[in-house]
Design a protein around this ligand. Sequence first.
Ligand code: ZN
Length: 323
Amino acid sequence: MNDRSAPLRWSEVTDLGDGIWAVDTGFIRPLFDASHLIVENGRAAFVDVATSYCVPRLLGALADQGLTPADVDYVILTHVHLDHGGGAGALMRQLPGAQLVVHPRGARHVIDPTKLIAGASAVFGEEAVRRGYGEILPVDAERVIEAPEGFTLEVGGRPLHFIDSPGHARHHVGIWDEASRSWFTGDTFGLAYPELAGDRGVFIIPTTTPVQFDPAALEASIGRMLEKQPRAMLLTHYSRVTDPERLAGDLLEQVRALVEMGRDADRSLDRAAHLRAAMGEYLVGRAIDHGCPLSPEQLREFLSHDVELNAQGLEVWLDRAKK
Ligand SMILES: [Zn+2]
């Protein structure tokens, strides 16, 4: 069965139906980092916005729908990692009536992004952050709305329900859209790159990025999302996937395997090298078994960035568990 869903061919803005569009922000590469635009009764909201470089694309996507910046009521961040919210401050300056909606733990970081920039610089290096993410501007405190567990918001009368969804990060929300019966999952429901989709549907991997990966919390968050019996999941990396049950099973199996791999590497002499080698072999092996249309060499290269980030996150988690 082929359960992979649009978009497969690249286009900057893809109509997903139900008043939702995926905007390819262009961050890193095509079909890597999506912003989702929700439109209802002439009112609009963005879910995740990538970096300040992407602001023109987001405004372009609005214009495509015959909307102006004044029609945007909300900019919603699933969490404050910079590939999701780095451009929020820059975008908010273009949207006169919008409010920014974020997890209570993320609010102070969008108001004062100093710590976010320092955190990303520790992972990627200062120069790479400056080059990759552009200007990271603060958002005025009076324009920030905190969205705790149980929070509800309406876009043009269309309700969006928020849950606390820790596991990938503690400042992460999941957003349930009853109209499309789908979740905006940010990074909680992993990564599904279109390049890796094969005859057996999309290939999904979890993201255990530093510094707040928590496997038990991640399992619980994924479980809560499934309780709604969603039709689809809207991932930031990358966009709409169907067959949530199968994908959740794939994710949980991998989270458990990665945790075991981390513990195993922790007992070895060179944890960092051991963990990266084991994880690379494991993920590439799964991708081959899944029928991903890349060669083993291409897969190793394609997944190397995620292997590195996931390994870093697992190591932080291992060290935290010892304290
Ligand atoms: Zn993230």
